[in-house]
Each structure stands twice: as C-alpha cells, then as structure tokens.
Design a protein around this ligand. Structure first.
Ligand SMILES: [Zn+2]
Length: 74
C-alpha cells in the first residue's frame, strides 16, 4: 500500500466520522427546536407576568391572577 492510498483512506474515514458526528448533533438540535415550537408564551396584561404552556394553546389564563391572555407572537 502506497503512502498516498493510506492517506486517502485516512482522510476518507475522517470525513465519514465527521459527517456522522454532524448528523448526530443536527438530530439533537432538531429535537430541541421541536420542543420549543410546541410551547406557547403568554404575557399577562393585568399583572405583568410571563408564563408558558407546553400544550400549544392560543389563549390561557394567567396562573397568578386568572386573567385570560393570548399567545405572544415573535
Ligand atoms: Zn396575571
């Protein structure tokens, strides 16, 4: 085996390992974004508190004062 073939194999293996690591990291990030996209953030106009809902509701009552607020849009 010549030196050029050896290095081409080593470089190919390193590229494959890098690609697998990249795929694993991107899969983990996509799970995080999926969790965040399902939550809704609310700002209470009555008592100035901020709260979230994990069920994706469009409006929800404030846990402190009970005032029903609509979802914040960013
Ligand atoms: Zn409130």
């Amino acid at each position: 085996m010549s030196l050029a073939v050896f290095f081409s194999i080593v470089v190919s293996l390193m590229l494959c390992v890098s690609y697998v690591c990249y795929c694993i990291v991107m899969h983990a990030h996509s799970k995080d974004y999926a969790k965040i996209s399902k939550t809704s953030t609310f700002y209470c106009l009555k008592c100035d508190s901020v709260y979230v809902s994990r069920t994706g509701e469009k409006s929800k009552a404030c846990p402190k004062c009970g005032y029903k607020n609509t979802q914040m849009k960013f």
